[in-house]
Ligand binder design. Structure first.
Ligand code: AHR
Length: 501
């Protein structure tokens, strides 16, 4: 095979996309499987603290530095009575949880989760039930969480032991209401009307909140993007964000095609932006709607297993995808895609955080890092500041579903405060390294401090509690001379090239 053409990149501090909202490194905990029970919460476990929270898990969450965590669902929220999860634990009802067909004990609810988020250094992104419920339950929950005192629900919170309001700023108006599987699924007009009226009432309770209108539950939905256009027609003046959800999988075992799936994610984001801007134009509005990509990840490994689970058990092992090396590469590419759209994507949640399609796994014997933990950790640690627009040229290839896919997928972040620049670069080529030349002369006094690489000869390699086969090393080949970086990006690799003053 002929030597691959070089990939080239020009990085300039003046080519700015936007300041990155750190909330793009958010995540998600749903009352689903072992995310809550046996995940973040396991009283009696040797690592549990006085609240029953597993400190080994919190330690890993802190390594990811997760600024915001969506809660309590997901599909679960569409039939959830938030009142079941507050007050004395012995009085909380056990319920049939209909979305995932399990038993919900309600041992953990709003207050416990707010407490957990505090201990994990995260904010809460709260979702309200617009499936089986509506305006009243939403405004009462908001009063319970955010009103200081002196009203029925704020005083109830105080009676429940939480003197200080939780001050939850970000609220999702339901979950995936476009999906026929959703309990209380609605047409776009039904949802749009309900969401707009709920938003109005919630803003009267607390005008400082931010609201997210439900977008499509994937780009593949037959109602996409008409759903966004119709619902935003109702909600545009009352909300700040529209949500996007997307999961990918390598069901066909076609790795080249799999790693190109972020072409689809990019197209999804662009189409949602166009739809928001179309409604803005239609309304002659000055306001821009931002995007909350509040569910994204790889999800497919566990589906056959889950289809065989018996219903009505407590915290069964649902959605426990065991991620391999190629999944980590795709996750890296998904993070790059979010960074490329930092001007409009202001929040995003890797779904989910612990045990359920998660970077962190918790077992009796301890907690451990899945392969996807690493790109997430790198992006969260080094991807804060300004997203720059590099001028990139890369050799291209075609895959089953995509044409002109660049082998090099990249994003660049400039942290002005720390005086650091980070190049995130994925080599999609499965068998060849890609030579990269990056012109960084705009950062005259900077030096190269490290080139981290996540690579593995086996695309299907996985981690476990006892063995970490997929982990990064710092021996990348990048060299900086006279403002030019030369690096060999090894076949199928995730690269983090860092410069500092
Ligand atoms: O994250 C798992 C599920 O995926 C969520 O409950 C739902 O919103 C989506 O379909």
């Amino acid at each position: 095979m002929a030597q691959l053409d070089k990939a080239k990149m020009i990085v300039d501090k003046d080519f700015r996309i936007a300041e990155i909202d750190e909330r793009i490194y958010g995540s998600f905990i749903e009352h689903l499987g072992r995310a809550v029970y046996g995940g973040i919460y396991e009283p009696g476990h040797p690592s549990a603290n006085e609240h029953g929270f597993r400190m080994d898990v919190i330690e890993l969450v802190k390594q990811l530095n997760v600024p915001i965590v969506r809660y309590p669902g997901g599909n679960m929220v569409s039939a959830y009575n938030w009142e079941d999860g507050v007050g004395p634990k012995e009085e909380r009802p056990r319920r049939l949880e209909l979305a995932w067909r399990t038993i919900e004990t309600n041992d953990v609810g709003t207050n416990e989760f707010a407490q957990w988020a505090k201990e994990a250094n995260s904010e809460v992104m709260m979702a309200v039930n617009l499936g089986t419920r509506g305006i009243d339950a939403a405004r009462n929950l908001l009063e319970y969480c955010n009103h200081p005192e002196g009203t029925y629900y704020s005083d109830l919170r105080i009676k429940h032991g939480y003197r200080e309001p939780h001050k939850i700023k970000t609220w999702c108006l339901g979950n995936e209401m476009d999906g026929p599987w959703q309990i209380g699924h609605k047409t776009a007009d039904e949802y749009g009307r309900l969401a707009a009226e709920t938003a109005k009432a919630m803003r009267l309770v607390d005008p400082s909140i931010e609201l997210v209108s439900c977008g499509s539950s994937s780009i593949g939905m037959p109602t996409f993007p008409e759903w966004e256009a119709k619902t935003l027609d109702h909600t545009y003046d009352y909300v700040d964000f529209v949500s996007l959800h997307q999961y990918y999988g390598n069901q066909d075992n076609d790795s080249a095609n799999y790693l190109a799936k972020t072409m689809d994610m990019d197209h999804f984001i662009k189409t949602v932006i166009s739809t928001c801007d179309y409604i803005q134009a239609k309304k002659r509005s000055k306001k821009k709607i931002h995007l909350s990509f509040d569910e994204w990840n790889v999800w497919y490994h566990s589906k056959d297993h889950d289809a065989k689970l018996d219903p009505w058990t407590i915290a069964p092992p649902q959605l426990e995808d065991h991620y391999n090396f190629e999944d980590a590469l795709l996750v890296g590419s998904m993070l790059i895609t979010l960074l490329k759209h930092a001007d409009r994507v202001k929040m995003a949640c890797m779904a989910q955080l612990v045990n359920v399609i998660a970077p962190i796994m918790a077992e009796q014997g301890g907690s451990w890092k899945q392969t996807i933990f690493y790109p997430y950790m790198h992006a969260s640690a080094f991807g804060r500041g300004v997203s720059l627009q590099p001028v990139v040229s890369s050799p291209l290839h075609d895959t089953k579903d995509y044409t002109d896919v660049p082998y090099l997928d990249s994003a660049v972040v400039y942290n002005e405060e720390k005086e650091e620049v980070t190049i995130f670069a994925l080599n999609r080529h499965l068998s060849e390294s890609v030579p990269l030349t990056a012109d960084v002369r705009s950062f005259a006094d900077y030096r190269l401090i490290e080139h981290i690489v996540l690579e593995n000869d086996d695309l299907k390699a996985v981690n476990s509690l006892n063995e970490e086969k997929v982990k990064p090393h710092g021996n990348g080949s990048a060299e900086l001379k006279d403002g030019i970086i030369e690096a060999q990006l090894s076949k199928a690799s995730w690269n983090v090239i860092r410069l500092a003053k």
